[in-house]
Structure formats: structure tokens, C-alpha cells
Design a binder for this molecule. Structure first.
Ligand SMILES: Cc1cc2nc3c(=O)[nH]c(=O)nc-3n(C[C@H](O)[C@H](O)[C@H](O)COP(=O)(O)O)c2cc1C
Length: 181
């Protein structure tokens, strides 16, 4: 069994994937564990949209056919990268007029996403968390059927790595930690 340290350090943002499909049941199983993330007042401020196989191309087509021509090249490049994964998960959260609640819910979403990334790593999958600018647009939200009072916290690419990305060094904790006196 892999140690948690190995799983945390092994998770890297993966750009390239094999064609191997990702089993939907496996993804649901991982999500069912990921939701044990901390969340204030048990609001469980999340839902998930799985976009796999041909649906990925449908999503791209529905989005790109209605955008301004000057944006098309940039959006095509971004979709080209995202669609390299055989499965994508949109993590969707409610917006809230109360900033404090929304702030907590964003953090809870980061927790559920990281849980998912680590569980995926343990299951032999690779992932990449992406937040392209267009996820905030009404048009993209409409394409995914995300409501006005929701936002897309992130798009998570999921698949099997062809050549696994390298990890990136971090600041040692000793250099960024102080002991309060
Ligand atoms: C909230 C968030 C948003 C991110 N958005 C993007 C993105 O839009 N495009 C991208 O290539 N990577 C994105 N990343 C991935 C980071 O660039 C990546 O985690 C960072 O470079 C560290 O590399 P690692 O994940 O391989 O450890 C995002 C990560 C987080 C946490």
C-alpha cells in the first residue's frame, strides 16, 4: 500500500494521457470518498459533472460555436489541452451573497478536489486541475447546465498518464515557517 506521503508527492499535474478510458464507476467510487472533505455546517457545497468520451467534443462544440471569432484561437488551444484527458470533472459549487459563506465553500471545494486528486493518484490515475478563464462565463455555464447561482470551481482532467510529469520542488517548510512568540 502506498503511503500518504508517496501519494501526495506523486500527484502532479499531468498534461498527456493514453487513450485508455476511465471507468465511470471508479470515478463515482473515488468521489464518494472525496466528499468526506471538511465543509462548514455540513453544507456539502458541491456537485459534480462528468464529461467523458464524445460528450467532451460536444461540450467543446457547443461552447466554441457561439464565441467571438477573436477568442476562438485561444479557446481552441485551451480545449485542445483539456480534451487530452479521456474524462473531465467539473466541480460545481453554489455562489453565496454572503462573502464569508462563499469563502468557506471555496475552501471546502479545494478540499474535496484535493481529496479526489489523491484518491485518483492512489488508483493509478493522473489528473490536472484547470481553471481556464471561460469557466466563469455565462455561456460556458449554460453549456454545462450550471445555474446562475453556481460557479465552476475547477475542471479536473482525469486519465492514465502516458509519460508521467515530474514533480516540482517546493519551498522547504523551514524557510516559510515562523514560531510565534
Ligand atoms: C486552483 C488551481 C487552478 C489551476 N489552474 C490551472 C490552469 O488553469 N491551467 C494549468 O495548466 N494548471 C492549473 N493548475 C495547476 C497548477 O499550475 C499546478 O498545480 C502547479 O503548477 C503545481 O504543479 P503540480 O500540480 O504538478 O504539483 C491549477 C491549480 C490550482 C490549485
Amino acid at each position: 500500500m502506498m503511503s500518504l506521503e508517496t501519494i501526495i508527492k506523486g500527484r502532479v499535474s499531468q498534461k498527456s494521457y493514453t487513450d485508455q478510458k476511465v471507468d465511470r464507476e471508479l470515478v463515482l467510487k473515488l468521489l464518494n470518498t472525496a466528499v468526506y472533505a471538511p465543509n462548514h455546517k455540513m453544507r456539502q457545497p458541491w456537485r459534480f459533472i462528468i464529461i467523458d468520451g464524445k460528450a467532451r467534443l460536444d461540450m467543446q462544440e457547443r461552447y466554441t460555436k457561439k464565441i467571438k471569432p477573436e477568442l476562438k484561437e485561444k479557446v481552441d488551444i485551451t480545449f485542445g489541452k483539456i480534451l487530452k484527458a479521456p474524462l473531465i470533472i467539473a466541480f460545481v459549487m453554489p455562489t453565496n451573497l454572503d462573502y464569508d459563506i462563499e469563502f468557506e465553500d471555496i475552501q471546502a471545494n479545494a478540499s474535496v478536489i484535493q481529496n479526489f486528486l489523491l484518491l485518483a493518484e492512489e488508483a493509478g490515475l493522473s489528473t490536472h486541475w484547470k481553471t481556464p478563464g471561460f469557466i466563469k462565463t455565462d455561456h460556458f455555464k449554460a453549456v454545462l447546465d450550471v445555474k446562475n447561482n453556481e460557479l465552476v470551481a475547477g475542471l479536473i482532467m482525469v486519465g492514465y498518464a502516458d509519460e508521467k510529469a515530474h514533480d516540482k520542488p517546493r519551498y522547504p517548510a523551514e524557510t516559510i515557517t515562523t514560531f510565534y512568540k
